[in-house]
Design a protein around this ligand. Structure first.
Ligand SMILES: Cc1cc2nc3c(=O)[nH]c(=O)nc-3n(C[C@H](O)[C@H](O)[C@H](O)COP(=O)(O)O)c2cc1C
Length: 200
């Protein structure tokens, strides 16, 4: 399952519209895909700030889906030269290493002029630090207000870039899995080894 994360809590965001559009592209590739919409997370669930207790409520459900995903596609807008605080709050409740480490992640940015270059680079720092597999083919969508029409990216070049990213990201995910290098395979293997050791 590929989880597409819509990376803002702003109501009626362009980010959510693009995330839904990206899901359609993955479905065209016959890939199982689901949406994690940051706007649906209830901040009251983490109001105590007890990070070491782990995610609660809606955050817990969403984090569990991230922790099982074969790949993550993060659609992220630029807010004040970075990515939204609501996305960072969610990420800060992910368990390490299980949720981050060796998990493939692709990025699509939205911004007025630079198409989300800065939020993506900031996210690459976070995911690189946490040993995720950052897919190097990034997509930057500038002037999203004028290029997104009738539920789609109305620009052939950008549509092609998103489609190519999706096809190549799936190959990347499958190549890692085929070699047993992905997070899910490693976690399953570690659990099997621990169970075998416990039997001895
Ligand atoms: C709080 C806030 C800060 C923003 N800061 C920037 C910014 O620094 N640079 C930029 O290009 N766009 C900025 N924008 C515009 C969004 O990046 C732009 O509208 C984006 O393409 C889609 O955002 P949306 O998903 O909230 O609709 C900002 C928007 C908001 C709500």
């Amino acid at each position: 399952m590929i989880e597409v994360i819509s990376g803002t809590d702003r109501p009626d965001s362009h980010t959510l519209k693009v995330a839904n559009y990206v899901m359609g592209i993955y479905r065209e590739q016959h890939e199982a895909v689901d949406l994690i919409d940051i706007a649906k997370l209830d901040m009251k669930d983490v109001a105590t700030g007890d990070y070491y207790k782990g995610p609660q409520g809606t955050y817990k459900e969403a984090e569990a889906r991230v922790a099982k995903a074969e790949g993550l596609v993060i659609v992220v807008p630029e807010y004040n030269g970075s990515y939204p605080g609501s996305l960072k709050l969610f990420i800060d409740y992910w368990r390490y290493p299980a949720t981050f480490e060796h998990r493939p992640v692709a990025f699509i940015g939205l911004g007025a002029r630079w198409g989300g270059l800065r939020p993506i680079e900031h996210l690459q720092q976070v995911f690189g630090y946490r040993n995720a597999y950052c897919f190097p083919q990034r997509v930057f969508l500038s002037n999203i207000r004028s290029i997104f029409k009738d539920g789609k990216v109305d620009d052939q070049l950008l549509h092609g870039l998103i489609e190519t990213q999706a096809k190549d990201f799936l190959k990347f995910v499958n190549a890692l899995k085929a070699q047993g290098l992905d997070a899910n395979t490693r976690i399953a293997l570690a659990a099997a080894n621990a169970a075998a050791a416990a039997k001895k």
